[in-house]
Design a protein around this ligand. Structure first.
Ligand code: FE
Ligand code: FE
Length: 168
């Protein structure tokens, strides 16, 4: 029952914990599917970061005296499902990389939105340490999103566009 802001925050944290856990499973597959070494490295680094993000949620849960498990984030499940469609495709390496980046950025934006809301709830509840932990992760998700844009603009899209021209 959502009868207090505390409970709303707890539900958000459980949802995020499930989201991060699902990503820990999915990111190695994304990394293997990437052809650009820069992109592969970005996915691998974000996997390490994601493990720490899950730990931060465990810390936040401990502060709040709750368990972070027991919920399945359906939003992340859907986004990962869409990512799997990309993994199943054959095609030009750079075009697949561009599609992987698009899928990964949807994930980052979902997380940015969810962490932003949870951080604001924690702040309102006077849970400053929890709010700090959430802000730390929020910053990492934002940086990952920007990095993905840079990789797309810096190398992947040019090659992907050239690949398309070859088949016209
Ligand atoms: Fe994350
Ligand atoms: Fe992320």
């Amino acid at each position: 029952m959502l009868d207090s802001l505390n409970k709303a925050l707890e539900e958000q944290l459980k949802d995020l914990y499930s989201a991060e856990k699902q990503l820990i499973q999915a990111l190695p597959r994304m990394a293997r599917a990437a052809s650009s070494p820069t992109l592969r490295e970005a996915f691998t680094l974000h996997l390490e970061e994601t493990r720490r993000q899950a730990e931060r949620l465990e810390q936040a849960a401990e502060i709040l005296g709750m368990r972070p498990g027991g919920k399945r984030c359906k939003g992340m499940a859907g986004l990962i499902e869409e990512g799997k469609d990309v993994l199943a495709e054959d095609g030009e390496d750079a075009v697949i990389d561009a599609a992987l980046i698009a899928a990964a950025q949807k994930v980052e934006h979902y997380e940015i939105s969810a962490y932003g809301s949870a951080r604001t709830l924690a702040e309102r509840l006077g849970q400053s340490r929890v709010s700090e932990l959430l802000q730390e992760t929020l910053d990492e998700e934002g940086a990952t999103d920007k990095k993905l844009t840079q990789i797309a603009e810096g190398e992947v899209l040019e090659e992907a566009a050239a690949a398309g021209r070859g088949t016209e």
